[in-house]
Design a protein around this ligand. Structure first.
Ligand code: 5GP
Ligand code: ZN
Length: 141
């Protein structure tokens, strides 16, 4: 018996308001929503976060995203829609089964914040070029 909350929702051993399911993914309503329609899309296979996903699992999961987004658009006509996916506690991950949030946005007073101060002085263009080189080298492995 799994101890993972989201695996339990997939298995049906705890309740979840499921809105979509296929062989690979499940989408269900978030129990602590930012706004009306806030839901989560997860792989059926237990994966902690993005680092553990195979390319096929990621592709299958995201292939459903436009359909879910359009269902939310049709249902709520929100002013905007954020897709959000947290990896690790420093990034705000609380449940360690990969999940992508779909957060319809109706106004900017809904308490959801996603802003930053651009680090243009600490990270000037030549530093960004160096950083890019480091990442490129990892992708060539
Ligand atoms: P995270 O911070 O890990 O990206 O987001 C976890 C999300 O899971 C939160 O938005 C939280 O409200 C939601 N959540 C936590 N426990 C449950 C649960 O038992 N059922 C459902 N449907 N959502 C949950
Ligand atoms: Zn799980």
């Amino acid at each position: 018996m799994t101890s993972c909350l989201f695996c339990k929702i997939i298995e049906g051993s705890i309740p979840g308001e499921i809105i979509y399911e296929d062989d690979h993914v499940v989408a269900f309503m978030d129990i602590g929503p930012v706004s009306e329609g806030h839901l989560l899309l997860i792989p059926k296979t237990h994966r902690e976060n993005i680092y553990d996903m195979t390319e096929d699992e990621a592709a299958r999961l995201f292939s459903v995203a436009p359909r879910i987004a359009n269902a939310l658009k049709e249902e709520f006509t929100p002013a905007g829609l954020n897709l959000l996916q947290n990896n690790g506690s420093a990034a705000g991950q609380a449940v360690y089964h990969f999940h992508m949030h779909f957060i319809p946005r109706f106004d900017q007073t809904d308490g959801f914040q996603f802003t930053w101060d651009p680090k243009v002085e600490e990270l000037p263009q030549d530093r960004i070029r160096q950083i890019a080189e480091g990442i490129r080298s990892k992708l060539q492995n």
